[in-house]
Design a protein around this ligand. Sequence first.
Ligand SMILES: [Zn+2]
Length: 104
Amino acid sequence: MKKRKLSEKTQSFSLKNKKYSNPCTRCGKERVSLKSWNETITNFMNTTEVTYTETICPDKECQKLVEKELEAQRKKKEELGLNRKNRLKKPNRVSISITKPSKK
Ligand SMILES: [Zn+2]
């Protein structure tokens, strides 16, 4: 019984470690971390520190292709976002106020 529990523990531990692994979506190679940085997000009540990690594929050619795909996706999203914004933009929402008093 005890042995089984131990093995279960190690299994869950290795599973946890697997969660952190980030294989390349193209070739399946383990991606290497390029850089990581911390950012503090401030809400009304508290501040949360978030760690970002940028990972790249060790295969340079593969990484180039991945980046191309990501860039294309980003552009698509941007275009969609802009379209949505334009649709929501109503002319009557635009208000112009002149605070400068006119001199005579
Ligand atoms: Zn790759």
